[in-house]
Ligand binder design. Structure first.
Ligand SMILES: C[S@@+](CC[C@H](N)C(=O)[O-])C[C@H]1O[C@@H](n2cnc3c(N)ncnc32)[C@H](O)[C@@H]1O
Length: 228
């Protein structure tokens, strides 16, 4: 059988073929940590309302969602990723395949300006801070405090976004999605959720941190009026 080349891999529908675009050690993490091709397509089609819609993948790993979304729609996809070797893997595919509407930023999501984006994608990016048996690797700091910090940061940024902002979440408790966003549809056995901001809610002016019994940023952010 003739071997597939990179372009054939990234246009493949089956995850097994798509993942051949990556080195083996990254491929092996796909089942658990990278978005399936079909889910990425559906999420991208929901998020991109018009040509040029700017989509941010919050914790993009090796860029699978950004690559699939950029090939399937006319949106502009940016991924932010804290692990440099995953950024390198993503950029290698994007550069070799010359995908003009996908880009990867190496860094922490807390340094990103969310106002530069129209729509957001999250595949449970902070879960490995809580689960001891679901870590990608040990190259970054992981802790329940970081889970709270990142989740609150995203919830606050999304709470400040304009009405009609769209978010797609895949798996997880969706604690990053604050009040004011309505889950308007779901897919892939409800694991993929489509959200749209339909109401403004006041955002508390300063972080106070969740209590150990209440991690629900979705309900905490915006639930309390700012001090006069
Ligand atoms: C479950 S993977 C999802 C990858 C990709 N979004 C996808 O759907 O295929 C979550 C990724 O988020 C990254 N991540 C977690 N916290 C981050 C942070 N604070 N800043 C940047 N990246 C982060 C992790 O390194 C990991 O690669």
């Amino acid at each position: 059988m003739k071997p597939l080349n990179l372009l054939e891999y990234i246009y493949a529908i089956e995850d097994y073929h798509f993942d051949l675009a990556y080195p083996r050690e990254i491929r092996e993490l796909s089942d658990r940590h990278w978005t399936p091709v079909e889910v990425a397509r559906k999420a991208a089609e929901f998020l991109v309302r018009e040509p040029g819609t700017r989509v941010l993948d919050i914790g993009c790993g090796p860029g699978k969602f950004c690559i699939v979304g950029a090939l399937a729609t006319e949106g502009r996809f940016t991924g932010v990723e804290q692990r440099p070797h995953l950024c390198a893997a993503a950029r290698s595919v994007i550069d070799q395949a010359q995908i003009p509407n996908a880009a990867i930023i190496h860094g922490n999501l807390t340094a990103m300006d969310f106002s530069h984006f129209d729509a957001f994608y999250l595949f449970n990016p902070f879960q490995e801070n809580l689960e001891t048996n679901a870590k990608i690797d040990l190259t970054v700091k992981l802790s329940s405090e970081l889970y709270d910090q990142y989740t609150e940061h995203v919830a606050r940024q999304l709470a400040l976004a304009p009405l009609r902002t769209r978010v797609a979440t895949y798996c997880g408790a969706c604690e990053e999605v604050p009040m004011g966003y309505e889950c308007i549809d779901s897919s892939s056995g409800c694991d993929l959720k489509f959200w749209e901001k339909t109401k403004h809610h006041p955002v508390r002016p300063s972080a106070q941190g969740p209590t150990s019994t209440n991690r629900k940023w979705r309900f905490m952010v915006g639930a309390i009026e700012p001090a006069a």
